[in-house]
Design a protein around this ligand. Structure first.
Ligand code: BGC
Length: 404
């Protein structure tokens, strides 16, 4: 689907009014439908009278971007916030950057304050994809375009979605386990696995979960894999707020209830690094067996990369969030300049991604046009790839440190 935004003559406010939301009706983008069209400058107006129209690169100059991140308690969001802030500032934008301590009320407040502060666009990583209706209704009233960053906002307030291919993140985790345990050649052997998923309020969590489950399901079906606890449903294995302590407590519980008798645990599928941290801690301290347990993760947080070097976590799915911020900036500029937003923008990003108009749906069932970046697998064997991005350094002991 192609989504035409406005031509260069219309004001930013008008452009914003045309960024009608994920799955929004393209018909409403017809200039004839917009009352503001009457404000379009007459042909004989001087350039000065035309000052409000965006110039070629007026997407930047003087414009203010509100960047709303969920929390500083998880490493990745600090990096996202810092990169977005740097990228937008370097491109000539003013920015307001907030972290909302993983509290939805605070995020609503933060967004409302940004709107009161006169932002021209919002970039929002939602704590709860369902909880921003009031705040974003305020954005819609003011015709402020919203980019859903990393996590989909589930009402129709966002114009576009920038993220990684979240289903593939989970698929990579599941496929890794299949390979690591050589499940294709399991013969009569059964390997034991447990699962820890993410926060039900985060729309991404089910994509990660489903991608992973789809990869391991054939082996659950043929008996090569067995979930000893029987805990498989997303709701049962989910981790509210992606909290390390919550993942730790549940893992300890599972270990003492199902593995204390010496049952061997072979793998623990964790949807991300904060949950993997808790599970790794539980396995290290509470698992009676001496075999190496395959533990997955996602993000490349420093503490987890250390565990990968030490051998207590096996892999992480890495998502280069510096690239995510570069794509977000390019998209923001295109929206503010009234350019057509579709796959034709991708070459200008200089970053591998896809334009996906099918995979992500709002609560109303509308498809959200999405730019999805490509995740990759990091293990102890290819940590150098992270160093090569320039975003990590490696110390003499082989441990990695994020550059900011
Ligand atoms: C992000 C992950 C992150 C998780 C917890 C998800 O929405 O995509 O990268 O690990 O939230 O913060």
């Amino acid at each position: 689907m192609k989504r035409k935004l406005l031509g260069a003559l219309l004001s930013t406010a008008m452009v914003a009014s045309l960024a009608v939301g994920c799955g929004g009706n393209d018909n409403s983008t017809t200039p004839a439908d917009t009352p503001a069209e009457t404000e379009a400058p007459a042909a004989d107006e001087t350039p000065a009278a035309d000052a409000e129209a965006p110039a070629a690169d007026a997407s930047a100059g003087g414009k203010k971007i509100g960047i709303s991140m969920p929390t500083q308690s998880l490493e990745r969001w600090n990096r996202d916030g810092a990169y977005l802030d740097e990228q937008f500032k370097a491109a000539g934008f003013e920015t307001i950057l907030t972290y909302s301590d993983d509290k939805t009320d605070q995020q609503v407040n933060d967004i409302q304050n940004m709107l009161a502060d006169g932002v021209d666009m919002l970039v929002v990583a939602a704590i709860d994809g369902n909880a921003l209706n009031t705040a974003l209704a305020g954005a819609a009233e003011k015709n402020i375009p919203v980019i859903s960053y990393d996590r989909l906002i589930l009402n129709d307030a966002a114009s576009y979605y920038v993220s990684f291919d979240n289903y593939t993140v989970g698929k990579l985790q599941g496929e890794y386990i299949v390979k690591a345990l050589d499940l294709e050649n399991a013969g009569d052997k059964t390997y034991n696995i447990e699962i820890t998923a993410g926060d039900p309020a985060d729309n991404n969590a089910t994509y990660f979960y489903q991608g992973a489950i789809d990869a391991i399901q054939p082996y659950l079906d043929n008996g090569a894999l067995n979930i000893v606890s029987g805990q498989k449903d997303f709701e049962t294995v989910a981790t509210a707020g992606w909290k390390t302590d919550t993942a730790l407590a549940r893992a300890q519980n599972v270990l003492s209830s199902y593995y204390a008798d010496g049952t061997q645990l072979d793998a623990w599928l964790c949807s991300n690094d904060s949950t993997a941290l808790g599970v790794t801690q539980a396995v290290t301290s509470d698992y009676a067996g001496s075999n190496k347990v395959v533990i997955t993760g996602q993000d490349g947080d420093e503490a987890n990369l250390k565990n990968i070097v030490d051998g207590t976590q096996t892999m992480t799915v890495y998502k280069n969030v510096s690239n995510e911020s570069i794509v977000t900036l390019a998209l923001a500029k295109a929206i503010l300049a009234g350019e057509t937003v579709d796959e034709s923008l991708i070459p200008s990003f200089g970053i591998e991604c896809t334009f996906d108009t099918e995979s992500y749906e709002t609560s109303a069932g509308n498809k959200c046009p999405s730019f999805l970046l490509v995740p990759s697998v990091i293990t102890a064997d290819n940590l150098q790839e992270l160093v090569d991005t320039g975003l990590y350094t490696m110390d003499a002991d082989g441990y990695l440190k994020a550059a900011n």
